[in-house]
Design a protein. Structure first.
Length: 122
């Protein structure tokens, strides 16, 4: 059974950012959002790496047919980079990150670089 977490923005009075599927295994991270046609406005993925890295926190948008918002978080869950990712491209964070939060484009309105996030089991 997949694990789901509620991602909240502590900097903005614990406003809920998105409900995300916890994605820690290699296969889960590889699949990500590929082959999906839509992403509900309140749903996303949190890709979990073992340590902070620019390379390991990179994402690909091959076979992802819609743009998404991407937030890279450091080990302390602070947003270190934020982008709108478009289909058929590869993205690297500007700063090493341990977590990658992928969500609907509207998610970018609920977070900013340097915001502190948290998650709780959904």
């Amino acid at each position: 059974m997949p694990r789901w977490v509620s991602i909240n923005n502590v900097t903005r009075a614990k406003e809920q950012v998105v409900k995300a599927r916890w994605c820690q295994s290699y296969l889960c991270k590889l699949r990500g959002l590929t082959f999906r046609r839509i992403l509900p406005r309140d749903e996303g993925l949190i890709l979990v790496e073992k340590a902070e890295s620019r390379t390991n926190a990179s994402i690909h948008m091959w076979m992802v047919f819609f743009p998404i918002a991407v937030a890279w978080l450091n080990k302390d869950l602070k947003v270190v980079d934020l982008k709108i990712a478009k289909p058929w491209r590869v993205y690297f964070p500007d700063t090493p990150a341990q977590y990658v939060l992928e969500g609907p484009v509207e998610m970018i309105e609920r977070i900013a670089i340097d915001d502190q996030l948290e998650w709780v089991d959904a």
